[in-house]
Design a protein around this ligand. Sequence first.
Ligand code: NDP
Ligand code: 8X3
Length: 252
Amino acid sequence: MKKTALISGATAGIGKATAILLAENGYNLIITGRRNERLTELKHEIEGATLSEVVALNFDIRDNAQVCAAIDSLPEKFKKIDVLVNNAGLAAGLGAIQDGELDDWERMIDTNVKGLLYLTKKVAPLMVERKSGHIVNIGSIAGKEVYPNGNVYCATKHAVDALTKAMRIDLLPHGIKVSQIAPGMIDTEFSTVRFHGDKEKADKVYEGLTPLYAEDIADVVLYLVTRPAHVCINDIVVTPLAQASATNVVRK
Ligand code: NDP
Ligand code: 8X3
């Protein structure tokens, strides 16, 4: 029987690439995001190209009522979730703490921390019931280090780092694996979102170097979820060759 993976934030970047790769590797999928057109398009693309079944759930992860209603609406078969990839997230703004925008801070905290918690709170009990499952949290190098002007984004990803460790301990008696991937620079829509749609500014982040691509992180997710039953990879930091830490980057 095919396994089922739920991937939050599958309308772009890491989530979309992970959905495609897991489907190619025999998973049925639950894909989520706010942009419904993209979800529908991805569902059709995957179902046309693979033997996977795809359920698309359109909701804002910041709204617990929407999260609960979406998971409750799943057909029984799709409630047997083997893999949860907590990926939906964003950075909003890059500036000194004294100049921070409250709205940016709230979006990051509500999405990266509270949204991840809302979804985990709905899915983890389904895994506990079956004494089986694997949660993969997409953290960041920003959850391992703090860099200039990264303040609140770094704090949210430090929270993901802490929650990953906490979940692994709490879910240990139930046979559920919990892993984190903490990537460095990946060329996705991430920087365009961070700079509120300023694509030119976003492109500068990756200028003069070869960044990671979403597919590189999808590849790590696939590796994590295909280890033997007795192996749990706790944490992986992945950077492009051109990056040694959050702030040490070489450009041509
Ligand atoms: P993208 O901007 O390409 O994708 C982000 C995804 O998150 C989209 O599918 C978006 O869907 C979803 N999302 C954002 N807000 C919400 C919301 N409120 N409700 C539901 N879904 C939401 O970025 P990435 O793929 O790069 O980012 C994925 C994860 O990787 C994030 O957690 C990010 O912090 C992390 N990361 C990214 C790095 C990078 O350099 N790119 C490096 C390290 C970590 P939609 O807008 O349709 O709702
Ligand atoms: C995204 C990577 O370095 O912009 O999490 O924080 S970074």
